[in-house]
Design a protein around this ligand. Sequence first.
Ligand SMILES: *[C@@H]1O[C@H](CO)[C@@H](O)[C@H](O)[C@H]1NC(C)=O
Ligand SMILES: *[C@@H]1O[C@H](CO)[C@@H](O)[C@H](O)[C@H]1NC(C)=O
Ligand SMILES: *[C@@H]1O[C@H](CO)[C@@H](O)[C@H](O)[C@H]1NC(C)=O
Ligand SMILES: *[C@@H]1O[C@H](CO)[C@@H](O)[C@H](O)[C@H]1NC(C)=O
Length: 479
Amino acid sequence: MSPRSWYLVYGIFLHVIWSGAAKVEFYSSVDSMQDLAQVEQELLNATRSYLETQQQQLNFYRRYVDQIKREHEWAVGQLKLDEYLGHPLHAFRLIKRLVQDWDALIFEPILTNQPREDFRQFSDVLTRDLGYPDQSELQGAIKGLARLQRVYNLSTSDLAGGVINGFSYDSELQWPMANFELGNTKRAGRLLNQILKPEPTHTAQQTRKYLENHEPGKKIQEKNPSWYGNYTRLCQGKRLPEESSGSPLKCYLDGKRHAYFTLAPLQVEPVHLDPDISVYHGMLNSQQILSIFEEADKEEMVRSAVAGEGGKRTVRDLRVSQQTWLDYTTPIMESVSRIIQFVSGFDMAGAEHMQVANYGVGGQYEPHPDYFEVNLPSQFEGDRISTSMFYLSDVEQGGYTVFTKLNVFLPPVKGALVMWHNLHRSLDVDVRTLHAGCPVIVGSKRIGNIWMHSGYQEFRRPCNLTSDSYKSAAYRKSV
Ligand SMILES: *[C@@H]1O[C@H](CO)[C@@H](O)[C@H](O)[C@H]1NC(C)=O
Ligand SMILES: *[C@@H]1O[C@H](CO)[C@@H](O)[C@H](O)[C@H]1NC(C)=O
Ligand SMILES: *[C@@H]1O[C@H](CO)[C@@H](O)[C@H](O)[C@H]1NC(C)=O
Ligand SMILES: *[C@@H]1O[C@H](CO)[C@@H](O)[C@H](O)[C@H]1NC(C)=O
């Protein structure tokens, strides 16, 4: 196969992998990062093949030139030149070489350089049509690192030493950039100089260009939001000091909640009483989780947006992940729906589709409530009365779910389900349910969320206007 058609096949292959993706975003999901690793493999192959073809061409030119050189030297050395050229055959050979051979064998191929043209086409297809990562991707990844440093209180020396809890990092290059995104421009410059002074041709020159062309991040250490202290402590797996709240909560088996659980009782781990937050362990097995991913793979993952002003959805750094939505029509999703219905007792008519999300480098979701309170979506009755969150993966490090007002942190456990109510029985919002997804340090975090709306649930969770609305109003005044 000629190099040209070979690159064309390449292009088509790439198109299949990237099909339908107008602008993919990679850093916010580990799954799409895997596509990038594949792209780099393609680049490696294509570049290696380009170099080999060029090498073969050069070898050919060299042999041809050597041959001409020998003939030329012989002509001007051995005989008088005019005698040599006086021979009609010699004159013919010189003219033929100049008119035909040099042109066809040297000028034309060197000047057009077909392998280079093919390579250019390949790179055009890659960068223009296929959504190759750009500067904003790099910035997103750097922000992710900066976020890790901030939330987990990792010092520069933690990374200069190259180790976070036993995991190795190559910090030399990323570190000036992370400092830059953290607003430490002076320190970023110093670090960069340390690298570049002894070795001016170091690839950190690219980093310098990056810093010159970007606005530094905002220093947020100075005015952190009020939840910030609780958030970082809980993300680090440290409970906050608090007065003893009576007897500690105990895990128990519950086979009575629904006939469905008679043979395999629910393994309940209550983590908070009021508001009630419980973890139900072993709700999905690996096979079921794989089936969910297979369904999710059929949909397009998009960068998660958050409801902004006036209910408009916008992409912001406060939520860095990718997501898709699954309805309950497939066998696996029917099972999921049954689990939620039987554990919660709610009518699935009020349930949103399940949102499947995947968090990448430094992926997180800052403290937020799940209820809307205002701008309720019109396709559902009432606000989000409860949240059911399946952990679809273990996470090697980080990625806890934390409730910043309740002193609760939950490490993700594959197959477990966390459930809590976002509304009081009075259907007032329960502001204590503010929660967050901590940045992932190592690994890939996958979750499935199902939000239940309060319409249709009148007979499932009767209101108690007196107690809860009173408590809610009092509580809300106090915060
Ligand atoms: C790249 O080349 C290697 C060996 O040269 C081959 O095994 C591999 O399949 C190629 N990868 C792609 C994506 O073409
Ligand atoms: C951050 O870590 C340093 C040691 O590396 C420690 O002295 C400091 O107290 C920590 N800060 C917080 C807020 O945990
Ligand atoms: C931090 O957590 C404590 C409970 O441990 C809570 O009393 C306090 O209100 C929380 N602060 C904020 C700002 O959420
Ligand atoms: C409402 O709550 C109060 C206080 O917790 C309780 O005494 C009462 O029985 C509840 N009423 C209903 C109908 O559940």
